[in-house]
Design a protein around this ligand. Structure first.
Ligand SMILES: CC(C)=CCNc1ncnc2c1ncn2[C@@H]1O[C@H](COP(=O)(O)O)[C@@H](O)[C@H]1O
Ligand SMILES: [Zn+2]
Length: 348
């Protein structure tokens, strides 16, 4: 049975800005995929990390490989994207930016272009079905694939920026942070920025990325994913923090992901506290709600209980996220109106 607190967090209108499509696949959808592909012998325990469990970063990235085997055709992507969008909507998310790495799968005839088109189709179908959520798409660059693929991905994203009726808004840089170096991706990212694509970059997700982060902050990105090791106490530096603060670059923070992936010791030591206390823009996000067995309501509740935020502060946190979305100002205005209509009298 849901208690009153859970209802508050679910009904709280929310903005989700950091969600990887294939990391967001729910238990129910994984079951459907396993039934479609019994020959793969994949069990559910291979695709999600349950309560209290932790994995090394490397083990977490193995999980994505398993999910990619299950999601390898247009049909799969359409189903997965529609299910994920509807699940976010059911969790009270009113605006969602989904990100995903376009993949070619020769056995099923999937191309990178069709991959993007299929995600767009899923967004459009949800809209036609009246699902109460505004969804946009960020095309992801997997850092492991190097400079040429990064450049091709940006070119593809540029085409869709012009042809997708505002649905493709930007680029995400993600993938195993221990592989590759941002200097090889700099020109692709700079080109994306110059073409009007917004940039959300995973930065300082692990220690030892100081110089890469310093370099990529010069672009500058429009938002930062994680930023776990930016500040000096975490092996970053005051110089990095100053750059982020001066440019006022919002941070997308994913508490459960960081704890289960073991880049953060425990919830109370999460860097949410550092940036929130500074008054720097932060947005609570899920990262991979399927893999980490969470949802955005739980993430808000966890942040609130761990750091002692009252309901008014939680409301403000979800409302402020509207300012950091990649969609145009007209969409921000619509969302602000929606929040204002839903706002409890006592917070007005
Ligand atoms: C391992 C761990 C703690 C994960 C959370 N942190 C992450 N850091 C970097 N890239 C990620 C993370 N989670 C998901 N991704 C990216 O998203 C992909 C899965 O979604 P998609 O296929 O792009 O639709 C992964 O293959 C990876 O490239
Ligand atoms: Zn991420």
């Amino acid at each position: 049975m849901d208690n009153e607190a859970d209802v508050f967090y679910r009904e709280l209108p929310k903005v989700e800005l950091h969600a990887h499509l294939n990391g967001s696949v729910s238990f129910q959808t994984i079951e459907k995929l396993i039934r479609r592909k019994p020959q793969l012998n994949i069990e559910h325990s291979m695709t999600a990390i349950g309560k209290g469990q932790r994995r090394t970063l490397d083990e977490c990235f193995q999980v994505f490989k398993v999910i990619h085997q299950l999601v390898d055709s247009e049909e799969d992507i359409l189903m997965v994207a529609k299910d994920v969008i509807k699940e976010f909507a059911a969790d009270g998310v009113k605006y969602l930016e989904l990100r995903s790495t376009p993949r070619e799968e020769i056995p099923t005839g999937l191309t990178k272009r069709r991959y993007i088109e299929t995600v767009i189709q899923a967004i459009q179908q949800c809209k036609e079905e009246g699902v109460d959520i505004d969804v946009r798409f960020l095309v992801a660059i997997d850092r492991r694939n190097g400079s040429q693929v990064a450049m091709e991905t940006v070119q593809l994203a540029e085409e869709f920026l012009l042809s997708s009726d505002g649905l493709v808004t930007g680029i995400d840089l993600s993938g195993d942070p221990t592989v590759g170096h941002g200097r090889d991706l700099l020109s692709a990212l700079q080109r994306a920025k110059n073409s009007g694509l917004k940039l959300s970059l995973h930065l300082s997700e692990v220690p030892s990325q100081h110089d890469e982060t310093d370099l990529l902050l010069n672009i500058p990105p429009d938002r930062i994913g994680h930023g776990t090791f930016l500040h000096p106490e975490m092996g970053g530096s005051q110089g990095l923090v100053d750059k982020v603060v001066q440019k006022r670059i919002p941070l997308e923070l994913c508490l459960t992901s960081n704890v289960k992936g073991q880049t953060v010791q425990c919830y109370s030591e999460h860097h949410f506290k550092y940036w929130y206390q500074m008054g720097h823009p932060v947005v609570i996000c899920t990262d991979d709600k399927g893999v980490f067995a969470t949802d955005l309501s739980q993430e808000y509740k966890m942040a609130a209980t761990t750091f002692g935020l009252g309901r008014e502060a939680v409301w403000k946190l979800s409302q402020q996220a509207i300012d950091y979305i990649f969609a145009p100002d007209s969409v921000k205005e619509q969302l602000k109106q929606k929040w204002s209509d839903l706002q409890p009298q006592e917070f007005k």
